[in-house]
Design a protein around this ligand. Structure first.
Ligand code: MSP
Length: 477
């Protein structure tokens, strides 16, 4: 029976165009979504954009643009990147969507009714880069270590607060009991440490200071804190009928999410604040959160202001979606930081994709076609992924799977070089058929195993295997 599987990426801010870090998260999540479909599960994959908050607002103002138009235009850049990267999402949510505003206000009211929201005068240092208040212990030389080029803002405001501290014990117990799984394991430990001292959090801003956000339903002077609204996107997507109004608890049929994929800078929002919000509203926790590392440049964090940033479009335009997907999945470790290297990209393209895989398909099919080899008997496709593949997928070891697939590619190339089927067709046609048939079956398996990783390439290979019309898959660059 097809099991429902609800998977999400985080939703990026739209103050700028997407960079390679966003592409990484899309691609990693897409592999998992496609893998679940390969297993026969009923996948719902949600991604989208986070359009409220100070960062988006300030950038629009600085550029003299109308904020609604600015966020819409930039959201479209993210949507386009998803499409061009072949991301198989089912919903691209915008936090400006009407149904999302409705669900956010509904969730707010659930917490309010449960006594978890209260008003308080507050003063603190705010990092616009993180869209979050910082405690003195979070700072390095008086600045946020994640956004060293930005001054912190001293904010004095009367805000609504969420009683996060109330859920410390319950959430700790649930994480310990495995109700929420956190990958990799060391992030679970860090979450539990953080939970020991988790304080209540401000979840609104006065409209006078920030007139851009979802209105607080019970206070016309305040808008929701951007993270309260953004995290709620996952519940918005869990509703089967987005248009239905009013919102009811029984609408959220896709909840709980099976997996949230997020970067290491925002994991606490997902493993702590979001889960406490869910408890407050009487929902089960998400089943799991996967925390990926960062993609750096020359060993340093990417920085637009310092001109150290990679635009995925440069690589998409030159090499195509699957080449970019391959690089990100094969050479950036999922749960650690990795480096983007233009040189390694070029080498991976020419060697792994064009030479090893592209040539294998091209020369095998050319030999089969030109010599009219009958490959019947070798056309039995795999019907499910082998155990090694499933184990590595469960460990999010994408590079490990690709390395194993390339071992099959190498084995097939070695077999061709050793047996020389172009000679065998003249001297021993029976053996030529066995050799080429064996390689044909290798290629069939390779296409199947590659399909969550390089979907367009897998489809091209399958078409060519069927038509026996070889066409280059990765043109030499
Ligand atoms: N808007 C919030 C997320 C809200 S989710 C309810 C946000 N946006 S972001 O644009 O700053 O980041 C979006 C995602 O991109 C995050 O998961 C973040 O970790 C990831 N990355 C940002 N820079 C990255 C790299 N350099 N490398 C890999 N991922 C990175 O946070």
């Amino acid at each position: 029976m097809a099991k429902p599987y609800f998977i999400t990426t985080s939703i990026p801010y739209v103050n700028d165009k997407p960079h390679i870090g966003h592409a990484l998260e899309y691609v990693q999540t897409d592999v998992l979504a496609r893998y679940q479909r390969l297993l026969g599960n009923d996948v719902f994959f949600q991604t989208g954009t986070d359009e409220h908050g100070q960062k988006n607002w300030q950038t629009a103002k600085k550029r003299g643009l109308i904020v609604t138009e600015f966020v819409k235009a930039n959201s479209e850049l993210f949507l386009r990147l998803c499409r061009d990267l072949d991301i198989s999402f089912d919903r691209f949510i915008r936090t400006e969507d009407d149904d999302h505003k409705r669900v956010s206000q509904w969730l707010w009211n659930q917490s309010l009714e449960n006594g978890d929201l209260y008003e308080k005068e507050y003063q603190g240092y705010y990092c616009v880069g993180c869209e979050s208040f910082k405690m003195p212990a979070d700072l390095e030389n008086g600045r946020c270590p994640e956004h060293t080029s930005q001054e912190l803002e001293l904010i004095k405001d009367k805000n609504w607060f969420f009683r996060l501290s109330k859920y410390r014990q319950e959430l700790t117990d649930k994480i310990n009991a495995g109700e929420l799984k956190i990958y990799p394991a060391h992030r679970a430990k860090e979450t539990l440490n953080f939970l020991e001292k988790a304080e209540d959090v401000s979840v609104s801003r006065s409209k006078e200071k920030l007139p851009w956000g979802i209105l607080v339903p019970n206070d016309s002077e305040q808008v929701m804190y951007v993270w309260f609204d953004a995290l709620t996107n996952y519940l918005t997507g869990a509703r089967i009928d987005p248009k239905k109004n009013p919102v009811e608890k029984s609408d959220f049929k896709r909840w709980p999410a099976d997996l949230h994929v997020v970067g290491k800078d925002i994991y606490r929002f997902h493993t702590v604040i979001w889960q406490a919000m869910l408890l407050s509203a009487g929902f089960p926790l998400a089943k799991a959160v996967l925390i990926h590392g960062f993609i750096n440049l020359g060993g340093q964090k990417m920085s637009k202001s310092e001109g150290r940033i990679v635009d995925p479009r440069d690589y998409l335009n030159k090499y195509g979606a699957d080449a970019l997907r391959y690089y990100l999945l094969r050479y950036i470790p999922v749960t650690e930081d990795g480096d983007f290297s233009d040189e390694l990209f070029g080498r991976a393209y020419n060697s792994d994709l064009a030479n090893d895989l592209g040539n294998l398909v091209q020369r095998t099919l050319t030999l089969i076609k030109n010599n009219q080899i009958n490959i019947s008997g070798f056309q039995k496709p795999l019907v499910s992924p082998p155990d090694w593949y499933q184990e590595k997928m469960q460990a999010f070891d994408f590079a490990g799977i690709l390395i194993n697939i390339w071992q099959i590619v190498t084995e097939a190339n070695v077999l061709i070089n050793k047996e020389k089927p172009w000679e065998l067709v003249k001297t021993d046609p029976k053996k030529a058929k066995i050799v080429l048939g064996t390689v044909y079956k290798f290629i069939l398996d390779i296409a199947y195993l590659l399909s969550p990783f390089l979907p367009a390439t897998a489809a091209k290979i399958n078409n060519q295997l069927e038509s026996l019309e070889p066409k280059g898959i990765f043109p030499r660059i």
